[in-house]
Design a protein around this ligand. Structure first.
Ligand code: SAM
Length: 280
């Protein structure tokens, strides 16, 4: 961006996207559009109708500040302060993991397994922003949903999202390694931390430097949730787990070993095996 003469919105967008691309951002044009729309308090779609409009200096300053944060690899979701998850727009910040698109598939599997059940009891282990718990409460009317997390920061953010959405989700501080809260539950769902500490260097800066490490790193958490679910699920109740790339087959074998039936693996939109489920 430059101060020399009037500069149009379209030109700011182009230069911002080039700058973000040079800084290694994965989707520079999309990010530039989201940030510019946010700075100008416009809908992203409306940017296209205003490409030729000159930007005034206060607008340029606002846009520059946001683009500079993104160039430092701060996640665009943190800069915007909110992000879409299924039908909801949730508050997101450094207190909890930014909800990911593949986790929407976890919710889809949960809804499919809950179909036809009236007032099912659902436990979301490691609720973070509350994304999974809130989406189930939203899309499965009558469900009684509880979200637990060991992080008080995450729980505070989840509480804000409960208020923001007006959905009924109970929240509680609980360490999954002490066992799961006794239900009985019709569904236990979890996207637990499953990245090995040795893989930290391979993570993108947006993840490694901005998502809470308690939400990322954990090597026995998936197995701990699966073992814990055995004693708290109702007969016929289901377990749905999000797992890391390359972990699904091992987790499916564990569910078989623990006596779950109808064990199934679902792929994410990129074709990677990321969700494992089974019925008690
Ligand atoms: C990968 S994040 C998932 C957040 C959210 N469910 C989602 O899908 O976006 C994992 C969550 O598990 C929580 N967590 C980590 N260790 C835990 C433990 N021992 N007991 C309970 N929750 C834990 C973290 O604080 C974090 O919120």
């Amino acid at each position: 961006m430059t101060d020399a003469g009037p500069i149009t919105l379209g030109e700011v967008l182009r230069r911002s996207a080039d700058h973000l691309a040079a800084k290694g951002c994965e989707s520079p044009r999309l990010d530039a559009e989201l940030l510019l729309a946010h700075a100008l308090e416009m809908k992203r779609i409306d940017l296209y109708l205003a490409f030729d409009r000159p930007m005034v200096s206060s607008e340029l300053d606002a846009a520059r500040a946001l683009v500079a944060r993104r160039a430092g690899r701060e996640p665009v979701q943190h800069i915007l302060g909110e992000w879409g998850f299924r039908r909801l727009t949730l508050r997101v910040d450094r207190r909890a993991l930014v909800p990911r698109p593949e986790t929407e598939i976890v919710v889809e599997r949960c809804l499919s397994l809950l179909a036809g059940r009236e007032r099912p009891c659902v436990l979301d282990v490691g609720t973070g922003t509350g994304a999974i718990a809130l989406a189930i409460a939203d899309e499965q009317p009558g469900a009684r949903v509880t979200g637990i997390d060991v992080s008080t920061d995450a729980l505070a953010l989840a509480r804000e999202n409960v208020e923001r959405t007006g959905l009924a989700v109970e929240l509680a501080e609980h360490d999954l390694f002490t066992g799961l809260p006794s239900g009985p539950w019709d569904l236990v769902v979890s996207n637990p931390p499953y990245v090995a500490a040795a893989e930290a260097d391979a993570l993108a800066p947006e993840v490694r430097d901005f998502d809470p490490h308690i939400a990322l790193f954990g090597e026995d958490t998936v197995a701990a949730v699966a073992r814990g679910a055995v004693s708290v699920l109702r007969g016929g109740g289901a377990l749905v787990l999000e797992v890391g790339d390359g972990q699904a087959v091992g987790v499916a074998a564990l569910l078989d070993e623990l006596g779950f039936r109808d064990v199934r693996i679902t792929r994410d939109l990129a074709g990677r095996e990321r969700v494992v489920e089974g019925v008690r």
